[in-house]
Structure formats: structure tokens, C-alpha cells
Design a protein around this ligand. Structure first.
Ligand code: MG
Length: 266
């Protein structure tokens, strides 16, 4: 283990793990794999998923860190790989997309579907009809999942979840699950998560022999926080406290500052 990689001193969450510019975590880029959630971690939220902006300099920072880690930088997102590529175009990054449904191990690699059975067509049709409840609901069909975004209609959240629960009860097999998220209700088959995607990623070079450092902001990221100890890895939450993390960044802006500082320090 590298001596300059900060490790939590115990399994107990410290009383104050908030990160400040003066206490930015130091990690060894020769030994670490950087695994980064996108929305709410690298990027600030926007009213719709396609309205997010990638701040100046972030792509260059990520590309620099990807080079510096010999390719061991991956984006880990609920977004599809196509969507991730659209956001950062023309740059491409190794990625785990669709909550573990899709994966690409390298910039030039082929996308591989890891565990992505398509949702039942009738189930999707009924779920899609929920979007008609309110103008502010945005429907996103990823094939293996269906997301109802309601950031523009937050008052519709409870009704959306109620309607989804009713429909879900009519489709007990194969098991489907509802992913909690920030102003999004996403429905997918059980059996794959961000954690299963990261586990798969970590079996491949250049990630395999490195210590993962994962940053995420949302409930679905907790599955990854939970497995980091299996890899002697570290996790950091963004904008919220979470169990088992080594520290908490205040928001995406601070994460971007930290990433830039990592590159500048090398
Ligand atoms: Mg996120």
C-alpha cells in the first residue's frame, strides 16, 4: 500500500469528514483507479439531463488524469454510454453506464453490455404512459431501463412513485426494481447495479491491479461505497453524508477543484 494514500482510520465514520481545500485527499495516481459518477459529482444538476453543462477545463482535466493513471479513469453513471459520450464529445472515457448495464473498458474499446436484459415491452408501454401525467415529466428509454425525470415537476414525484408501484405489481417476473434518485424514478430489471458494473470493471486491466477511488453523490452510489473495502479502495460522497466514506465533498465544484489539483501536483 502506498504511504501517501489516505485511508480511513477506522470503520466508524469520523464526526466531521467534510473536505476543505486545505484537506484535499492525496492519492497516488500511479496506483489508483479513479471511478467517478457524473451527475451531482462532476457536474451540477440542470432542469433536464440534457441541459447539463460541462465546465471549461473539466474534459482536459479528466483526459490528463486518464493519461496519468495509464487509462485507469472511468465514469460510472446511470446514463447510457451514448449519453456519456454525447456529454463529453469528442472526448471518450472508459465508462460503466446504465447503472452497470453497459461498460467500455478503454477509450477505443467496444461497448459491452454486461447484464442488460431489455425491459418487457408492455411494462415499458405502461410506465411510459406515466409521463403524460404532467408536462414536466421527461421520459427516457434506455432499453434496459426506463427513467421518469421530474426535476421540472417535483410535485409529481409521489404520484409517479405510486403509479410505478401499481404497475410493478403486475409484472412480478422477472424481478424489476425502482432506483431512487434525485428527481428521477428509474425502473430496471434486478441483477445489475453500479456495484456489479464496478466489480466487472475491476477484473480488467488497467483497473485490475489498482486501488479504486470512487466518488458519488446519490443513493445508487452507495452500492459502490459498500464494495470499496473489498478492493482496499476509498470512496467519497458529494454533497451528502454517506456510510463508510472517507470524506465528503461539498459539491461538484469542489470535486472539480480537487481533480485539477491532483493533476497539477504531478
Ligand atoms: Mg450522481
Amino acid at each position: 500500500m502506498s504511504s501517501d494514500v489516505i485511508k480511513p482510520t477506522s470503520a466508524r465514520i469520523p464526526s466531521d469528514v467534510r473536505i476543505t481545500a486545505g484537506t484535499f485527499p492525496r492519492i497516488d495516481l500511479d496506483r489508483c483507479a479513479l471511478l467517478l459518477d457524473i451527475d451531482g459529482t462532476l457536474l451540477d444538476f440542470a432542469p433536464t439531463p440534457r441541459a447539463v453543462t460541462v465546465p471549461d477545463g473539466l474534459v482536459a482535466t479528466l483526459e490528463g488524469l486518464r493519461e496519468r493513471t495509464s487509462g485507469a479513469l472511468a465514469l460510472v453513471s446511470g446514463r447510457s454510454l451514448d449519453d456519456i459520450d454525447w456529454m463529453f464529445a469528442p472526448a471518450r472515457f472508459p465508462s460503466v453506464g446504465g447503472h452497470g448495464a453497459e461498460m467500455r473498458l478503454s477509450v477505443d474499446g467496444e461497448a459491452v453490455a454486461t447484464r442488460a436484459p431489455p425491459l418487457n415491452a408492455e411494462l415499458k408501454r405502461r410506465l411510459a404512459a406515466i409521463a403524460a401525467m404532467h408536462d414536466g415529466i421527461l421520459l427516457e428509454d434506455k432499453g434496459y431501463s426506463l427513467a421518469l425525470h421530474f426535476r421540472r415537476a417535483p410535485q409529481a414525484g409521489a404520484a409517479i412513485h405510486d403509479a410505478v408501484s401499481t404497475i410493478r405489481a403486475d409484472f412480478p417476473d422477472p424481478p424489476i426494481e425502482v432506483l431512487p434518485g434525485k428527481f428521477v424514478c428509474e425502473i430496471k430489471q434486478s441483477g445489475f447495479t453500479k456495484a456489479t458494473g464496478v466489480r466487472e470493471l475491476m477484473t480488467h486491466a488497467p483497473f485490475r491491479d489498482r486501488r479504486p477511488v470512487f466518488l458519488g453523490d446519490d443513493v445508487t452510489d452507495e452500492t459502490v461505497f459498500a464494495i470499496m473495502p473489498d478492493y482496499d479502495g476509498l470512496s467519497f460522497s458529494v454533497g451528502r453524508r454517506a456510510q463508510g466514506v472517507a470524506g465528503e465533498f461539498s459539491g461538484p465544484s469542489q470535486v472539480r477543484d480537487w481533480l485539477a489539483s491532483l493533476l497539477a501536483a504531478q
